[in-house]
Design a protein around this ligand. Structure first.
Ligand SMILES: Cc1cc2nc3c(=O)[nH]c(=O)nc-3n(C[C@H](O)[C@H](O)[C@H](O)COP(=O)(O)OP(=O)(O)OC[C@H]3O[C@@H](n4cnc5c(N)ncnc54)[C@H](O)[C@@H]3O)c2cc1C
Length: 315
């Protein structure tokens, strides 16, 4: 019998899209029950949102002042207490910054190893996950005699439907919370544009854009087609854009329906972030750029001439 506990990822009182994808992934396990755990200071609204997701039995939430901010050191012991109290066989989290921070701590406190970046479920303990920056896929089998802790690769799953009616339960756990880590602050890059991690259309720029000022053409084009904006690491390192816009192995892994990149060569570390993208369109002035090997549509040309021409053509 397998029962799954999903650790909710949320911010500003909203459940993240990443957690909706973890819920969709959990449906493939064939588990007897799937529950969600919300850690917050006032978690009722997030719990109500989670309760609408398809296939969930119970949403449990722990309200505690220590959960006012997503602090992995404080969250992990509470999660472990909930896992042990509920006798869960699987604990799943997203591969977001929070998930990647908290889930290894959960595994360590439970005394088990963990599976990262699960991209396909073959059985309750058998999975596929990417390796070598997504250039190969591992099939792995985890031991079935201990709790399985895993993070789920959001780009590999659709969000769960919202036709559920899970019960909601406020729970408390009696655990000592570590005091060695405290929240100091968070700097967020505010933007009215679609969220890079979940947008159906993404436009990116690379080193070929040339400067922070030149990036304006990328923003304007993205706004014209209602797309999120991202960048290569070279563009981030050169200071053209902030680092939360980086797409790739060490940036965001995305799966838009349409991905249009300008002045990006197509290094494997960049391609690792767009492996699951639908249609890839590349504009580069070098006809031999490796990006053309993966692009569905490629245009050899200068981006500063191509962008105005495309903008004019689409009206
Ligand atoms: C451990 C590790 C992790 C990494 N993680 C990432 C990651 O997460 N994401 C990432 O992107 N990279 C990552 N990198 C870096 C990666 O290897 C490349 O260096 C980087 O992706 C190159 O960025 P770029 O394509 O913008 O720049 P370049 O490789 O310099 O390519 C610029 C391109 O722009 C074209 N160009 C120039 N001017 C124009 C113009 N006017 N019009 C049209 N085209 C033009 C050029 O022909 C060229 O192809 C990582 C590297 C390492 C070692």
């Amino acid at each position: 019998m397998s029962t799954i506990l999903i650790i909710a990822d949320h911010a500003h009182g909203r459940l993240s899209a990443a957690t909706r994808k973890v819920v969709r992934c959990a449906a493939d396990f064939g588990a007897d029950a799937v529950d969600i755990l919300v850690l917050a200071d006032h978690g009722a609204d997030v719990a109500a949102e989670a309760a609408r997701l398809s296939g969930i039995r119970t949403v449990k939430y722990i309200d505690h002042a220590a959960n006012a901010h997503a602090l992995a050191a404080a969250a992990a012991p509470q999660i472990v207490a909930a896992v042990e109290a509920g006798d869960y066989s699987h604990v799943l989290g997203s591969n977001t910054s929070f998930g990647k921070d908290v889930m290894p701590r959960v595994a360590a406190l439970l005394g088990v190893g963990m599976v990262t970046d699960l991209m396909r479920v073959l059985g309750a303990h058998e999975f596929e996950r990417p390796t070598y920056a997504g250039n190969a896929v591992d099939t792995i089998a985890a031991p079935d005699d201990r709790i399985l802790v895993a993070t789920v690769r959001g780009a590999s799953f659709e969000p769960a439907a919202e036709d559920g009616e899970a019960t909601i339960e406020a729970v408390s756990v009696d655990v000592h919370l570590p005091e060695h880590t405290r929240y100091i602050g968070m700097e967020e890059h505010a933007s009215d544009r679609p969220d890079l991690g979940n947008a159906p259309r993404v436009v990116t720029g690379g080193r070929g854009v040339g400067s922070e000022d030149n990036f304006r053409v990328i923003y304007d084009f993205a706004d014209h087609i209602g797309a999120a904006v991202g960048a290569s690491r070279a563009a981030v390192d050169a200071g053209y854009v902030p680092n939360d816009m980086q797409v790739g192995q060490t940036g965001k892994i995305i799966a838009p329906e349409l991905y249009i990149c300008f002045g990006i060569s197509g290094a494997i570390q960049h391609l690792a972030g767009i492996k699951d993208a639908g249609t890839i369109v590349a504009v580069n002035k070098d006809a031999d750029a490796p990006i053309f090997e993966v692009a569905d549509y490629g245009l050899v040309g200068d981006l500063f001439e191509v962008i105005p021409a495309i903008t004019k053509a689409i009206g």
